[in-house]
Design a protein around this ligand. Structure first.
Ligand code: MG
Length: 251
């Protein structure tokens, strides 16, 4: 499948979807605290998405049972919300997708639950900084893996590792479109970036070894060595004026 370029009016619609996602993530940030369960977070998120007239992109996607992915501590991605209360010192990645007027928005933030150890906070800070460094490279004329190489450099120079084989991707009227974006690798490879491309950039990083496995629920992806993982994600449009973060939380 070829990369589908979006026209400016389509990017306008994607910004609306993206802002519903951003609003929902702000709500997640305000709601995460010791004692709350990820199932409660999922209900809060789904209500907020539907209140805006949107639908949760993940609910029912390939049978996924919830509106958010809630990935706690050693879970890298695709954690299924459950009834276990979050504990002080946990870290959680909340991934939200919303479809509005035919287009998807998709973003993830990692959050500390109450006070977290310094090294946990640094893991999240480095992941967020790597995402933003990658976004800086998301410009017409660059190659796709210029984003990848920048993210890898950011993460590894801080002493952490980038998870392999799980990718960012094109996004639009489909949740997943071409091209696939690795968050590691040499620069200067892959398609040349063009205005009208819209991508998710979503580095997943680990404090230890990045090797992972999928649990028997067929969704939950965890680090093999039990080390902590963080993820940040934005939906980013390439415009003639540079990258635009469609899911910008405004801070
Ligand atoms: Mg996502």
């Amino acid at each position: 499948m070829r990369t589908r370029l979006k026209r400016p009016e389509q990017i306008d619609k994607m910004r609306e979807a993206g802002q519903i996602v951003a609003d929902t993530l702000r709500l997640m940030r305000a709601s995460v605290e010791p004692g709350i369960t990820t199932r409660q977070l999922d209900q809060i998120a789904e209500e907020n998405i539907r209140r805006h007239g949107a639908t949760p992109s993940y609910k029912g996607y390939r049978g996924f049972p919830a509106s958010i992915c809630a990935s706690v501590n050693t879970v890298i991605v695709h954690g299924i919300p459950n009834d276990t209360p979050l504990e002080e010192g946990d870290i959680i990645s909340v991934d939200v997708g919303a479809k509005y007027r035919g287009f998807h928005g998709d973003a993830t933030i990692s959050l500390g639950v109450g006070a977290v150890p310094d090294e946990s906070q640094r893991l999240m800070d480095v992941c967020r900084a790597a995402l933003y460094a990658g976004i800086e490279k998301t410009r017409a004329g660059n190659r796709l893996t210029d984003i990848s190489a920048t993210i890898q450099h950011c993460v590894e120079s801080a002493g952490f590792s980038v998870v392999r084989d799980l990718y960012g991707h094109g996004i639009g009227s489909n949740l997943h479109e071409e091209p696939l974006l690795p968050h590691y690798g040499d620069p200067g490879q892959g398609p040349r970036l063009r205005a009208g491309m819209v991508l998710t950039i979503e580095p997943m990083i680990a404090a230890g070894d990045p090797a992972w496995e999928t649990l028997s629920d067929n969704w939950t992806v965890v680090t093999l060595d039990g080390s902590l993982s963080a993820q940040f994600e934005h939906t980013v449009a390439i415009t003639d004026n540079g990258p635009e973060i469609l899911t910008d939380l405004g801070d």
